[in-house]
Design a protein around this ligand. Sequence first.
Ligand SMILES: Cc1ncc(COP(=O)(O)O)c(C=O)c1O
Length: 384
Amino acid sequence: MAPLKQFLMIPGPTPIPTEILAAMNHEMIGHRGPGFSKILGEVIDGLKWAYQTKNDIMVYPCSGTGGMETAVVNTLSSGDKALFVNIGNFGDRWVKIAKAYGVAVIDLKFEPGKAADPKVLEAELAKDSNKEIKAIFMQQNETSTGVINDVKALAEVAHKSHPEALVLVDAVSGLLAADLKTDAWGLDVVVSGSQKAFMVPPGIAAVSMSKKAWSFYEKSTLPKHYWDIKNQKKFADKGQTYTTPPEPLIFGMHKSIEILKKEGLENIFKRHELNKLIVRAAFKALGLRMLADDAGASPAVTAVFPPEGIDAEKVRSEIRNRFGVELAPGQGEFKGKLFRIGHLGYVDKLELVATIGALELIFSQMGAKIEIGKGVKAALEQIK
Ligand SMILES: Cc1ncc(COP(=O)(O)O)c(C=O)c1O
């Protein structure tokens, strides 16, 4: 049987450009020497460009979840009150991390598929008249439901109501897919990961810290060693990481930033926005229901229900086995009910059109009453 070409259409890890793969294919160098320091320093400068910040950024050898844990343990103390704007599975994850460390969590949950309403956050914060809430956590992009939050509006509400509190953002799947102005919006801690819009394999998380976040660090008593961000900063200042770094990933990040800088932030955002429009136009034309409405629709990932009577997991296995297309499953309460198509990072618009075509064929052959070509036509019409 001929080998199937793979189309990795999941919301991270994304496909990797050949130049990045080539840059990672490099002999190991001394990680306490000047060559490595120069590369890491440039990666951190590049991250500051992507974050739109002058704040410190520390790089950890870990997945995005490690970055989320870093944000908690370096800012809070046991018993501190913190509010979590929670619009899905990754909101749940941050709540679980904080609870594991004894943080007094206020879990502000929103209906799945909807972005957080800043007015609801405002009302919840208003209840805390003694200003006991020390920190407000949120996702920029909730990957499990395909929803993007209005971080600017949420941060504004947080600052106005609780000017002393920190605002912490999980931008693991949102950074570069959509605008995130760390400094202009007053975001104290921002977490990102290598495997999303940076188009690098998983294994690196970056965490930014504002001056205010550093002042919280000084008071924070939660236990930490590997995640101790002051220690990580001490090494970052020398162009090193505390522990032995995953060098190929650092080389990959270095190349990624070079490629992304050439493209420019505005063009990167536009590219992701177009991917979103292509996918949504196609699914609308096919009469499919998406979990997110237009207002909250993510530029990074779309969660969609298959046509009536068709099994989402069967769709995923058919499209994988017949066309090499890898789609992501539903998460949490949506397991088995929907599938997700990633459109961030190194995903090309024509791969999206091809995936939509393959889906149409599979839906139709599984007995759905859909008109083959209708989704593809709507998708192509988005491409000017
Ligand atoms: C929004 C968001 N936060 C956090 C994570 C966790 O990242 P990781 O799986 O790299 O630990 C993910 C992963 O998909 C994510 O999408």
